[in-house]
Design a protein around this ligand. Structure first.
Ligand code: URA
Length: 215
């Protein structure tokens, strides 16, 4: 049986395949191609967890043998929101799992003077208030950009939001819990701490650079 560490606010996916793949991703020597492949594979597994308790209903269908009342997902298509740019790496895998999902993007950069996140792009599906919204960003570090992204999604009407990441720092989890206690976090691991410049330790480095080969 799969064991997870689950509280109402935080789920750590302890599945052996997730943990094994994450270790490979952390390793310094892992190539860009391999990192991307592992990220896609992990996205499928943690995507499975983030969708575990989606609302369901039933529909009447005919199998080749008889009629039945069969379970299907309830409500409007899900909205997947990638927090740019590293969110795109998680997005690809989760989209494979939920191909009919609608997709949005939130772009934020950090103002070097105020250190606060500033929005540079925001495009999300319509009727967000009627959809389950899954925001994806591999690294929950300080939590500043995640909190700002969720603020924007709530302003756009989102009510049922989940946050999916690969690695989380205790500082980021605390910040998210204070700002958005209604948004559950699903992650593959909680690491020790943040470095002085906001990197997750031991972490995996800059997720964007590692998945796009920009360093
Ligand atoms: N973003 C990253 O890509 N890596 C970290 O360690 C922290 C934030």
């Amino acid at each position: 049986m799969t064991e997870h560490l689950t509280t109402q606010h935080l789920t750590v996916v302890k599945h052996p395949l997730v943990q094994h793949k994450l270790t490979k991703m952390r390793e310094r020597g892992t190539s860009t191609a391999k990192f991307r492949q592992l990220l896609r594979e992990i996205s499928l597994l943690i995507g499975y967890e983030v969708t575990r308790n989606l609302p369901m209903t039933t529909t009447d269908i005919d199998t080749p043998l008889e009629e039945m009342e069969a379970p299907i997902l309830k409500g409007k298509k899900l909205a997947l929101i990638s927090i740019l740019r590293a969110g795109n790496g998680l997005l690809d895998g989760v989209l494979e799992l939920i191909p009919s999902a609608r997709v949005g993007f939130v772009g934020l950069y950090r103002d070097e003077e105020t250190l606060q996140p500033v929005q540079y792009y925001f495009k999300v599906p319509k009727e967000l208030e009627q959809r389950v919204v899954i925001a994806v960003d591999p690294m929950l570090a300080t939590g500043n950009s995640s909190v700002a992204a969720i603020d924007l999604l709530k302003k756009a009407g989102a009510k049922d939001i989940r946050f999916l990441c690969l690695l989380a720092a205790p500082e980021g989890i605390k910040r998210m819990k204070e700002a958005h206690p209604d948004v559950p976090i699903i992650t593959a691991a909680v690491d020790r701490q943040l470095s002085e410049i906001g990197y997750i330790l031991p972490g995996l480095g800059d997720a964007g650079d590692r998945m796009f080969g920009t360093k």
